[in-house]
Design a protein around this ligand. Structure first.
Ligand code: SAM
Ligand code: SF4
Length: 333
């Protein structure tokens, strides 16, 4: 057994995010406002066999959690096959297989994902008001996404998490309503600060609603109690409701309260590039290494050497910050 992956700051690397596609059927203004730039040709994308092969190696190297993302991962037709193959890695040490989706395809396909071996799901939902939902995502499908969340519940893809990107003058007034939603539906809310990862490069600091403000808005209506859990590499500060209400609140504040010191993540893009940070400005082509016929030992050497290049932290709050050229939809959020 090879020793677990560690970066040069002694952080163990346990979480892998795999982007399955750069394509998306939504146009969230904080991610892909102008739609997809020209998509890389299909032959540059990793096939499901390649994804299975490299994930098998990552699990050998100590990866315990894999999250499938994108783009919209459910636009990939072979997603059930991918889940089936990766789910088999649980016999080799994988502990958790999750998926982040915009929820559009869930009403018809949640059960198939569960049957293929998916453990749990995160659904993005930025507003409970049809108009705001349309304005933030570019599509008028709030009811369908809500039906998708219900289908995920029926399929027991639990615990269900709901991601909300909170953006000034768009949905900050709804934060406490989302807490009410968590209580009613017994789901875990994850409120995320808006990060400079939009393809339109329109992010500005004034658009960020801080984690502190999100906390205060919820705590005012539904008093919160911090969950007494070891945060470890968790990105969110987590809270339960003081009155014992169902559900949970998590606040992810990478802009105002960076948590890089405990980061345990690396990312693999749909075209097979390893990214060691959301904000990396360089990528490392695992695809080329695999396709040029490297042996398993050579691939392991490559991954270990890339992980050693993991950045100590992001520089969003510093003058020298340069936003990555690829948006969240390409990096795999
Ligand atoms: N399409 C799927 C979805 O929307 O859930 C998966 C990919 S999406 C890139 C993953 C997560 O990143 C979503 O919850 C989305 O809201 C979040 N995200 C995208 N752009 C972001 C940004 N600029 N700042 C913060 N979160 C962002
Ligand atoms: Fe698509 Fe997800 Fe980006 Fe929205 S956040 S545009 S659903 S990839």
């Amino acid at each position: 057994m090879t020793a677990a992956l560690k970066d040069s700051y002694n952080r163990p690397i346990r979480d892998l995010r795999v982007s399955l596609t750069d394509r998306c059927n939504f146009r969230c203004f904080y991610c892909l406002p102008h739609g997809e730039p020209p998509i890389a040709p299909k032959e540059q994308m990793l096939s499901y066999e390649e994804i299975e092969y490299v994930c098998d190696i990552f699990v050998e190297l100590g990866i315990e959690k894999i999250r499938l993302t994108g783009g919209e991962p459910m636009m990939r037709r072979d997603i059930e096959t991918i889940i089936e193959k990766l789910s088999a890695l649980k016999a080799r040490g994988l502990q958790d297989l999750a998926l982040t989706t915009n929820g559009y395809f869930l009403p018809d396909r949640a059960q198939a994902l569960k049957d293929a071996g998916l453990d749990r799901i995160t659904v993005s939902l930025d507003s409970l008001k049809p108009d705001t939902f349309k304005q933030m995502t570019g599509v008028d499908v709030l009811d369908r996404v809500l039906a998708g969340i219900e289908a995920a519940k029926q399929a027991r893809l639990e615990p269900i998490k709901i991601n909300v990107v909170v953006v000034r003058n768009h949905n900050e007034e709804e934060v406490a309503d989302f807490a009410a939603f968590a209580r009613e539906h017994d789901v875990k809310m994850r409120f995320i600060e808006f990060m400079p990862l939009d393809s339109g490069h329109n992010w500005s600091r004034g658009d960020v609603v801080s984690g502190r403000e999100i906390y205060e808005r919820i705590n005012e209506r539904f008093p919160l109690v911090a969950l007494d859990v070891f945060r470890g590499s968790e990105t969110s500060s987590r809270y339960r409701f003081a009155d014992g209400g169902r559900g949970e609140v998590g606040i992810i504040a990478p802009v105002t309260e960076p948590f890089c010191g405990a980061c345990s993540r690396i990312r693999l893009t749909a075209d097979g590039q390893i990214r060691t940070c959301l904000f990396s400005t360089v990528e490392h082509s695992l695809r080329d290494v695999v396709r040029t016929g490297a042996t398993r030992a050579e691939i392991i050497d490559f991954i270990e050497s890339v992980v050693l290049k993991k950045e100590p932290r992001h520089y969003i709050n510093e003058p020298q910050f340069v936003a990555p050229s690829r948006s969240m939809s390409f990096i795999g959020g």
